[in-house]
Design a protein around this ligand. Structure first.
Ligand code: GKE
Length: 331
């Protein structure tokens, strides 16, 4: 019997919501989307999808999620930007219950293809000490010294996927996401990452009239940021391609945090006085994606320019902000 369902675990989240939308656009289905949040808090929710509110830390819920599944995309995790993962290490590690139970349930349900979203946070911290970072190759995850809490859980689950393949013959694919951004994601509340946080702060300053911004760290930190459309394309290619090992899925357009602020200011048409909070969560000094391996396997790598993605992201957050707080908000 052909198993029909395309299952997105974490479908109420930023990337999960976009993935459900993309599967619909491709005409695939039926689709099942599972998330712990009430559907009113899902970033994207579609009536023609089987939407389930459930805690995937419970094995029984994972079995329900994987029933009759053809493909499973495991994106469910308790996570966020640096402000969240540095201060919620135990919660991040408890996602191992989701990761473990989803793998078990998918194995027992004999799903055809299983995708796991790992993270650039698996990389050895010693390789990310300098802002002038050498792009991270997949082998740089070892010897293991990942981001404390969140990164350990991701690295552990990568290994679990590998051994489920080796020991049980399960088809798994693993991508290491590098800081994904775009519309329909978290932009306030503490879990937001730098692209959304900087956008919100610039909007606050623009609408509030106080022409100042607080930046975490000294602004010299470097990162690469991947626009959601590249992420969706990469997930599809990695899941359906011959990519038998964890692989970088990230942009290699390196930018300093100051450079990101310059860009958002330019988009907003404003210049702000900068305050640097050196006690705020900072993460690693430098991180970039080496895309040699993904090009070798797929003859493709993320290529959407940061400026293009940030213009769309800024606009979406601006509209959300005004809808919530009004256009003369002083927060
Ligand atoms: N979140 C945030 N908010 N970061 C800021 C802010 C702000 O207002 N101002 C400056 N930053 C700086 C942070 O201090 C950090 O150095 C850099 O921007 C990027 O922060 P981030 O976007 O929150 O997250 P990271 O790139 O450090 O880490 C993320 O990496 C991903 C994988 O590449 C993780 O939080 C995970 O979301 C994910 O695994």
């Amino acid at each position: 019997m052909v198993k029909p369902f395309y299952v997105v675990a974490g479908g109420g989240g930023f990337i999960g919501g976009h993935l459900v939308a993309e599967l619909r656009r491709r005409g695939l289905g039926p689709i099942r989307s599972v998330d712990i949040k009430p559907t009113s808090e899902w970033y994207q929710c579609f009536e023609d999808v089987e939407n389930i509110v459930a805690d995937l830390k419970d094995l029984a819920n994972c079995r329900r999620a994987c029933k009759d599944a053809r493909e499973v995309y495991c994106l469910a995790a308790d996570m966020g930007g640096m402000g969240f993962i540095e201060t919620h290490k135990a919660a991040c590690m408890l996602s191992v219950l989701i990761s473990t139970h989803m793998l078990l349930a998918a194995r027992d349900a004999k799903v055809e293809k299983y995708f796991y979203s790992s993270s650039a946070c698996v990389y050895n911290a010693d390789k990310q000490k300098s802002e002038d970072v050498v792009p991270l190759k997949e082998a740089d995850a070892y010897p293991g010294m990942p981001e404390d809490g969140y990164g350990w859980e991701k690295l552990f689950t990568e290994r679990m996927c590998r051994h489920f393949t080796e020991d049980f013959g399960m088809y798994t694919r693993v991508a290491r996401f590098h800081n994904v951004y775009g519309p329909h994601g978290t932009w306030e509340g503490g879990r937001e990452k730098a692209p959304a946080a900087i956008s919100r702060k610039v909007i606050e300053a623009k609408l509030g009239g106080k022409k100042e911004i607080e930046i975490w760290g000294n602004g010299h930190q470097t990162r690469s940021f991947m626009y959601i459309d590249d992420c969706l394309k990469g997930i599809d290619m990695i899941l359906h391609g011959n990519v038998p090992e964890p692989i970088n899925l990230g942009s290699d357009e390196l930018v300093t945090i100051n450079g990101l602020v310059d860009m958002v200011e330019d988009i907003a048409g404003i210049k702000l006085k900068r305050h640097y909070n050196l006690n705020a969560p900072k993460g690693v000094n430098g991180r970039n994606s080496d895309n040699t391996l993904i090009k070798k396997y797929l003859n493709w790598a993320p290529s959407i320019r940061l400026r293009n993605g940030m213009e769309k992201t800024y606009k979406w957050i601006y509209d959300e902000y005004v809808a919530k707080y009004g256009s003369t908000a002083k927060r």
